[in-house]
Design a protein around this ligand. Structure first.
Ligand code: NDP
Length: 322
């Protein structure tokens, strides 16, 4: 028997032999990942309608960065049909897989792998997750919006590319470290549609011409710890339309508290987490992400110890046979 929260190491996976297709999230550290709970819940629900999904199994693997190059072909040969990659593997895996989907090409990072007859094919479902999360929680499409994006790391780069591809009108990017901001702005220049304007700014000095009604997206890690500073003083902007914070744990960051105090709609990154996972399972299973997301959302909330108001208990089996 194997529990959804059990952590597997490469040694054990060398002799992995499950009767059905296997899936995993790989990272280091991996203990905190709620992906096994989300995917297992969605698979259990799918199996009620299509019994062959009952043999699909999803686990979490603690894989150090120096072992990833060995782990990827090994898992393919041991019957793994899909992988999710989290910190610190997303960028390294990009150069290890044979084929890259256009969703990941410009980002230079993959978070989802699909087994194909030619080997692993890399995708990035984070951008899809972000836009679907914003739509679900805030009722907003990003097309034609002015967006203030906070951060210049991996998550911000993925978010900026997703925004540019989906018709954002103006993109203002703020980051604490100016050199990282300049690097991101240079990278984005080649991806910018002619109709879109991109401008960087210092979060301590927002430009006077920033319009009111922007959608603010936090892609910094400021807010993960209670002692973190705000990535930007919301009151220093003309009144924004809404705030989306990619952080989901804690559920209310100082930025979201500041949004609430100003009476602005706000949402945390749980919906992004759910939708990037739903898109990954959709790529592996052929089932629409929309049919998978509700069970994944309930399971993620439960795994994070959040209440799920008005929802039935998710069918997250504590234990399943591989
Ligand atoms: P990176 O380490 O690549 O980038 C971190 C970013 O946060 C940098 O821009 C950094 O600025 C900024 N930052 C860090 N500390 C502070 C601070 N105290 N004040 C202001 N800015 C700060 O991380 P990622 O881009 O991978 O992830 C960023 C966040 O997005 C994380 O919180 C992560 O949990 C979240 N995320 C959520 C996902 C979801 O599904 N909901 C998916 C992916 C990410 P500087 O350049 O100045 O150091």
């Amino acid at each position: 028997m194997v529990a959804v929260d059990r952590i597997y190491r490469l040694e054990e996976l060398r002799s992995w032999n499950a009767p059905g297709p296997s899936f995993a999230v790989l990272g280091q550290p991996i203990a905190h990942s709620v992906s096994p709970a989300m995917h297992t819940a969605a698979l259990a629900e799918l199996a009620l309608r299509e019994p062959h999904f009952a043999s699909w199994f999803y686990l979490k693997g603690e894989i150090p960065p120096e072992s990833l190059a060995e782990a990827l072909p090994l898992l393919l040969s041991r019957g793994f049909r899909g992988l999710n990659l989290t910190v610190p593997h997303k960028v390294v895996a990009f150069s290890l897989v044979g084929e890259i989907d256009p969703s990941a090409e410009a980002i230079g990072a993959v978070n989802t792998l699909l087994a194909t007859p030619k080997g692993w094919r890399g995708y990035n479902t984070d951008g899809f997750g972000l836009l679907a999360g914003i739509r679900e929680d805030l009722g907003l499409q990003v097309g034609d919006q002015t967006v203030v994006l906070l951060g210049a790391g991996g998550a911000a780069r993925g978010a900026a590319l997703a925004l540019l591809r989906n018709g954002v009108r103006e993109l203002f990017i703020a980051n604490r470290t100016a050199s990282s901001l300049q690097t991101l702005l240079r990278e984005l220049e080649g991806q910018r549609p002619p109709a879109c304007r991109i401008e960087g700014f210092d979060p301590l000095a927002p430009p006077a011409h920033l319009p009111a009604g922007c959608l603010v997206i936090n892609a910094t890690s400021a807010g993960l710890k209670p002692s973190d500073p705000l990535p930007l003083a919301l009151a220093s902007l003309p009144r924004p339309r809404a705030v989306y914070d990619m952080i989901y744990n804690p559920t209310e960051t100082p930025l979201l508290r500041a949004a609430k105090a100003l009476g602005l709609p706000g949402a945390n990154g749980l919906s992004m987490l759910v939708w990037q996972g739903a898109k990954a399972l959709s790529l592996w299973s052929g089932v629409a992400a929309e049919a998978l997301a509700p069970a994944m959302h309930r399971a993620a909330s439960l795994a994070l110890g959040l209440s799920v108001p008005g929802s039935p208990e998710p069918s997250v089996p504590g234990e399943r046979r591989p």
